[in-house]
Write a protein that binds this ligand. Structure first.
Ligand SMILES: Nc1nc2c(ncn2[C@@H]2O[C@H](COP(=O)(O)OP(=O)(O)OP(=O)(O)O)[C@@H](O)[C@H]2O)c(=O)[nH]1
Ligand SMILES: [Mg+2]
Length: 193
């Protein structure tokens, strides 16, 4: 059996838990459209697909706006908890961004937390970048890859750093074939690490 272990990380509200559910093919994680997240623990989900065991750990989205919280300390505690839940470790860290969202200071702070906790090399070595809200992608004449390569500034630096392992996900799709295609692409990105 192949094992695909994913740790999902991102800024709160980017669709992290929804992505986890898509990857597992079932509703494991709580999702919400509330403006403030109430999640505070890491949760693990496991599913089987053909010859694969897929393990996903969903941690609460980061929120570095709240200056009363030591963001690094609480992030480190969450990562430790995630590693405890998935003792074989993670071959891929999935940084969840939102298509049509902006790459702001908040996103860069999330990236800093990842590097400070998992090491500077983690992006190049084992990070996949997933853009959720793929249903909003309407660039019919341009492939998603071309769109990624045309982005500028800090986001381009990040995409280059993760060797353009970028995927677009529509977590709302009801199309079973679409769902499988998204999953297959993720497993290919994972194997290219
Ligand atoms: N249209 C669309 N909506 C999405 C997609 N992915 C997530 N959403 C919506 O975005 C909202 C937030 O999704 P969650 O998965 O709860 O986000 P999260 O990042 O886990 O948020 P917290 O854990 O609360 O920080 C929900 O209303 C989802 O239905 C997507 O691909 N397309
Ligand atoms: Mg969540």
């Amino acid at each position: 059996m192949n094992q695909l272990n994913f740790l999902l990380i991102g800024t709160s509200g980017n669709g992290i838990s929804s992505l986890g559910n898509t990857l597992l093919g079932q509703k494991y994680f709580k999702t919400s459209n509330n403006l403030l997240s109430t999640d505070c623990i890491a949760v693990k989900g496991v599913s089987h697909l053909e010859d694969c065991i897929i393990t996903v750990v969903d941690i609460p989205g980061t929120n570095t706006d709240n200056k009363n919280i030591d963001a690094l300390k609480s992030f480190k505690a969450l990562i430790q908890e995630a590693l405890r839940l998935c003792e074989d470790g993670f071959k891929a860290i999935v940084l969840v961004l939102q298509f049509c969202g902006r790459y702001t200071k908040q996103e860069q702070e999330t990236l800093k937390l990842i590097k400070a906790t998992l090491g500077e090399g983690v992006i190049t070595k084992s990070t996949i970048c997933v853009f959720t809200h793929g249903d909003l992608y309407t660039h019919e004449s341009e492939s998603f890859e071309t769109w990624c390569r045309s982005q500028k500034g800090n986001i381009q630096n990040f995409l280059t750093e993760c060797n353009h392992r970028c995927l677009l996900f529509d977590n709302k799709t009801k199309d079973e074939i679409d769902k499988l295609k998204q999953l297959n692409k993720t497993s290919r990105s994972h194997r290219s690490n």
